[in-house]
Design a protein around this ligand. Structure first.
Ligand code: PLP
Length: 434
């Protein structure tokens, strides 16, 4: 095993990290190298423990090294690690599809696998367009998305994205999407009235726009979007890559407003944060639009090498079983309330905090504008790390998104660390500015 300094030096020589300015990365100390994890704790190569405050980028659900998920992967490994789903089938993919259909909003009956949330979105966009094309509506080439939307980093997903910092440069390469103001159903209605005939689908992150900074939608909005899609005869795609698998307090965010989209994208929490797997669920109506004799060429020509990877499917099945066996969603409700109280008393009261937004176990703490100018979000995460929590901000919104399995004690500690980190950083900065 190389030493930690050797690892860091080699990292800086050869790696290129995602969403990371490498120039800063190569200058900044200290670099945290994660060695192992257990439950809701991450351990670095020096043995220091950190609460996994953002669920290893929003995907861990039942904690790390969960015995049942570990065992399911090990058992599958003794059968086969990977085999293709192009023209073949396997048990974990079948079992998982059955379970997903049983859990998903009613009416979603078909499961198309991929390996990232972005890919699940690409699948939904292509399927929506092709479905219309096969109904002789080839003019439906456009999508309506929301301002500040985030649906992933591949070009199709970026095309329906609305975060300028990440997306605007790529405009020349992108789909020409129509952008609706989030939370404003009247605006969506206006856009559908003008563009309705050229729209294949409306795509939306239901209830919470995650990467935008945990922006919340008003009650009734999601249902209004469903109604407008029906009224104007366009498909509705819900991207639950972030909100799915309990994050909002229900298994899927769509349940809060009792709606079923035509296409549903899931990823992140699907395997409990273990392995890369995503899925696009479709209604029977969408699925049937692809049926026909071979010569009719209605096949969905899409698929990835690792589509429906058996190890990942086995991890996902075990993850869903944990939800049942451990009554995860039931146990989560008091923790959501505790989190709300802690945020109200410990965080919202801090002078540097402009707003606290929470939906279930998704939290965005927005810092005051003055803080934003000094890359305070990043400074706060460094301070939190020194106190024993790993968090990652979205610009100057501090994100808390712990595993659903976190204990009340660790939840209290996570909020206390975050509050102290915000207080420490903002006081020090204001002083140095004076
Ligand atoms: C993270 C995310 C994606 C992209 O998923 P990847 O697995 O990172 O490609 C898509 N949509 C939403 C809402 C997300 O939060």
């Amino acid at each position: 095993m190389p030493t930690t300094p050797e690892l860091i030096a080699a990292d800086r020589r050869h790696l290129w990290h995602p969403f990371t300015q490498q120039q800063d990365w190569c200058e900044e100390e200290p670099v945290l190298v994660i060695d192992r994890a257990q439950g809701t704790n991450l351990y670095d190569t020096d043995g220091n423990a950190y609460i996994d405050g953002v669920s290893s980028l929003w995907c861990n659900v039942h904690g790390h090294r969960h015995p049942a998920i570990d065992a399911a992967i090990e058992a599958q490994l003794r059968r086969v690690a990977h085999t293709t789903m192009l023209g073949l089938s396997h048990e974990p993919a079948v079992t998982l599809a059955e379970r997903l259909v049983a859990l998903a909003p009613p009416g979603l009956t078909r499961v198309f696998y991929s390996d990232s949330g972005s890919a699940a979105v690409e699948v939904a966009l292509k399927a929506a367009f092709q479905w219309w094309a096969q109904r002789r509506e080839r003019q439906r080439t456009r999508f309506i998305c929301l301002e500040n939307a985030y649906h992933g980093d591949t070009l199709g997903a970026v095309g329906v994205g609305g975060i300028d910092l990440f997306h605007s440069l790529y405009r020349p390469l992108l789909l020409d999407a129509v952008r609706a103001r989030a939370g404003d159903s009247a605006h969506l209605e206006e856009l559908l009235a003008v563009h309705g005939d050229e729209i294949a689908a409306v795509i939306i992150e239901p209830l919470v726009q995650g990467a935008a900074g945990m922006l919340l939608q008003p009650p009734g909005y999601l249902r209004a979007v469903r109604q407008l899609c029906d009224d104007h005869g366009v498909l509705m795609i819900c991207d639950e890559v972030a909100t799915g698998f309990g994050r909002t307090g229900r298994m899927f965010a769509c349940e809060h407003e009792s709606i079923t989209p035509d296409l549903l994208c899931v990823g992140k929490g699907l395997t409990g944060g273990y392995l890369p797997l995503a899925a696009t669920l479709a209604s029977e109506r969408v699925y049937e639009g692809f049926l026909g004799r071979h010569e009719e060429v209605r096949t969905f020509f899409h698929g990835h090498t690792y589509t429906g990877n058996p190890l990942a499917c086995a991890a996902a099945v075990a993850t869903l079983e944990c939800f049942e066996r451990e009554r995860t969603l039931e146990a989560l409700q008091p923790k959501i309330e505790l989190l709300a109280r802690l945020l109200e008393h410990r965080v919202a009261t801090l002078p540097a905090v402009a707003a606290v937004r929470q939906r279930g176990f998704m939290v965005g703490i927005e810092l005051e504008q003055a803080a934003a100018e000094r890359r305070m979000g990043h400074q706060v995460t460094l301070a939190a790390r020194r106190r024993g929590a790993v968090i990652r901000p979205l610009g100057d919104v501090i994100v808390l998104m712990p595993p659903l399995s976190i204990s009340e004690a660790d939840l209290r500690r996570l909020v206390a660390i975050t509050a102290a980190a915000i207080a420490e950083t903002t006081v020090r900065r204001l002083r140095s500015a004076a």
